[in-house]
Design a protein around this ligand. Structure first.
Ligand SMILES: [Zn+2]
Length: 126
């Protein structure tokens, strides 16, 4: 058996290791599942692949509702039982923007004529 002081120290190290590897995995998972898009046709297919989407967005709430409605799975048949078919909603506006919004950029929703304000994260909620 380990002396108590050593055991406590070892346990602390072990917990730190676990925490670090969990965080690392979470960050890697997030990064490998985040897709930068400017093309609406790729939006729903990427949601269906369980990706999180980073896209230029005008920030308007009616536009967000449209994105949500139009990105819902509309074939009526879920790929797997219990798979979410809800539309995407905005998750957050990353502080670290992947790119500058250019004057030629358009909001991700094809019907939207507004200028995007920032890249925004979209995802289905589970
Ligand atoms: Zn818009």
């Amino acid at each position: 058996m380990l002396p108590r002081a050593v055991a406590v120290h070892k346990l602390k190290e072990l917990l730190e290791d676990i925490q670090n590897s969990l965080l690392k995995r979470a960050v890697e998972d997030l990064e490998s599942h985040t897709v930068l898009l400017t093309d609406w046709s790729q939006f729903t297919p990427n949601l269906d692949k369980k990706n999180i989407i980073l896209a230029p967005f005008c920030g308007d709430s009616t536009c967000e509702d449209k994105i949500k409605a139009d990105s819902a799975r509309d074939d009526g048949e879920a790929v797997e039982p219990g798979a979410p078919s809800m539309g995407a909603k905005t998750l957050c506006i990353p502080l670290e923007q992947p790119a500058q919004i250019k004057p030629t950029d358009k909001c991700i929703h094809p019907d939207c004529a507004r200028k995007p304000s920032f890249y925004t994260l979209f995802g289905r909620s589970y």
